[in-house]
Design a protein around this ligand. Structure first.
Ligand code: AMP
Length: 193
């Protein structure tokens, strides 16, 4: 059975995590952020060390271990009853991160919609990432060069995921607005489903 899924899609710093956390508190929605799954690994774990190596450069972790880790994580949440695919819509944040991952997950995800958080002002994204670096203790957002690589990787590797799914699923959200207005826009769309 495929997971009914909404993709939270957009550049680092666009606000996907903020909105995902809020939406995940609504009954029958389940928020899963791939970056959080990686950050919960420890340094004595081999994949934890791989994650540190790639994320500290602002690069993506290779697809195969990423998708494997994500699958193990969601299955364990299913087994523990936190996520029930018969009941819940999966709000997926940070995966698939390139067309190959989308292909690998095609047998698992039934993507119902993509919320595309747009922020044309790169400097605003940089500013947001730097601000949260200290707040969330995120090394990858503390260094300007790493931030630039993260944003460039998003443009080159991640944006083509939109073409994989096609324009009919995409709902564009203006991520430059305040979080409460962004939330309002999202709820307006979700309530029509
Ligand atoms: P995020 O919190 O989504 O910005 O992710 C932080 C870092 O985790 C990224 O820069 C990547 O190094 C790694 N990462 C998270 N999700 C993925 C993914 N789906 N594929 C590859 N790397 C990922």
């Amino acid at each position: 059975m495929k997971y009914r899924t909404i993709l939270l899609f957009g550049a680092p710093g666009a606000g996907k995590g903020t909105q995902g956390k809020i939406l995940g508190t609504i009954p029958h929605f389940y928020h899963c952020a791939c970056g959080d799954v990686f950050r919960n690994l420890t340094i004595d774990n081999e994949l934890g060390r791989t994650f540190l190596e790639y994320s500290s450069r602002g690069e993506l972790v290779p697809d195969e271990p990423t998708v494997r880790l994500w699958r193990e994580n969601i299955v364990s949440h299913q087994q523990s009853g936190r996520f029930d695919p018969n009941r819940d819509i999966l709000l997926l944040d940070g995966i698939p991160r390139n067309p190959n991952q989308a292909e690998m997950l095609n047998d698992t995800l039934e993507v119902k919609a993509i919320f595309y958080f747009t922020c044309p002002d790169m400097e605003k994204l940089v500013e947001r990432l730097q601000r949260r670096a200290l707040r969330d203790n995120r090394l990858d957002d503390a260094n300007l060069e790493v931030i630039r690589t993260r944003l460039a990787t998003y443009e080159s590797d991640t944006k083509p995921v939109l073409d994989f799914y096609g324009p009919q699923l995409v709902h564009t959200i203006d991520a430059t607005q305040s979080p409460v207005i962004v939330l309002q826009d999202i709820l307006r769309i979700i309530s029509k489903f």
